[in-house]
Design a protein. Structure first.
Lengths: 110, 113
């Protein structure tokens, strides 16, 4: 199936830990994104990469570091997790047909 | 900068009655506008999009939206609500460059039987 795939779907971890969320798209899109949906369901862009190059970097703590090994992958690494990082993180990609979102990763920091 | 305002945080309708979810946008150029739906604990699904073609846009599941430049609105409608329409709906504007999406705060639609 052509899609944007995120792993894991759910992630529960303790404060202070370091964790990664992986994203892969097989749509041939050049641009990938990370969006964060907070506890109030508000969605906001965090990062965007075009063909492995960072093009959007919103005011996100530097504990969050995106990594794009190739244009089909955009991973999100989070250091020293805090309670406020609990959210749903959506990966997405865009091509000529517009946005395709992944199904989200629900991160819970305890 | 672009922004969207969803005028109602919650809308409640009875099954079989019309749905109206209101959205106003602010943009310095002719924007692309979208409506996304999110069912509980699910991902984001595109309902419809406006990209400067016909001002009345038809989407999936019987939803429509009309782009009104004079009112800077992009309201979402459906003639007859179904129980399966209960979800959260997001009005979204796309920035002119960079493909960045700016989301509204969302409207939770409740459908009563």
């Amino acid at each position: 199936d052509t899609a944007v795939s995120q792993t894991p779907k759910y992630l529960v971890t303790q404060m202070g830990n370091d964790k990664s969320i992986k994203c892969e798209q097989n749509l041939g899109h050049d641009t990938m994104y990370w969006y964060k949906q907070d506890s109030k369901k508000f969605l906001k862009i965090m990062f965007s990469y075009n063909n492995k190059e960072l093009i959007i970097n919103e005011t996100v703590p530097n504990r969050f570091s995106p990594k794009s090994p190739d244009k089909a992958h955009l991973n999100l690494h989070i250091n020293s997790l805090e309670l406020g990082d609990s959210a749903v993180y959506f990966c997405a990609s865009t091509g000529t047909d517009g946005y395709t979102f992944g199904s989200g990763t629900r991160l819970t920091v305890v | 900068a672009q922004s969207v305002t969803q005028l109602d945080s919650h809308v409640s309708v009875s099954e079989g009655t019309p749905v109206l979810l209101r959205c106003n946008y602010s943009s310095s150029y002719s924007p692309s506008l979208f409506w996304y739906v999110q069912h509980p604990n699910k991902g984001l699904q595109l309902l419809l999009k406006y990209t400067s073609a016909a001002t009345l846009v038809k989407g999936i599941n019987g939803f429509e939206a009309e782009f009104k430049k004079s009112e800077t609105s992009f309201h979402l409608t459906k003639p007859s609500a179904h129980m399966s329409d209960a979800a959260e709906y997001f009005c979204v504007v796309s920035e002119e460059y960079g493909n960045k999406l700016v989301f509204g705060a969302g409207t939770i639609l409740r459908v009563k039987s």
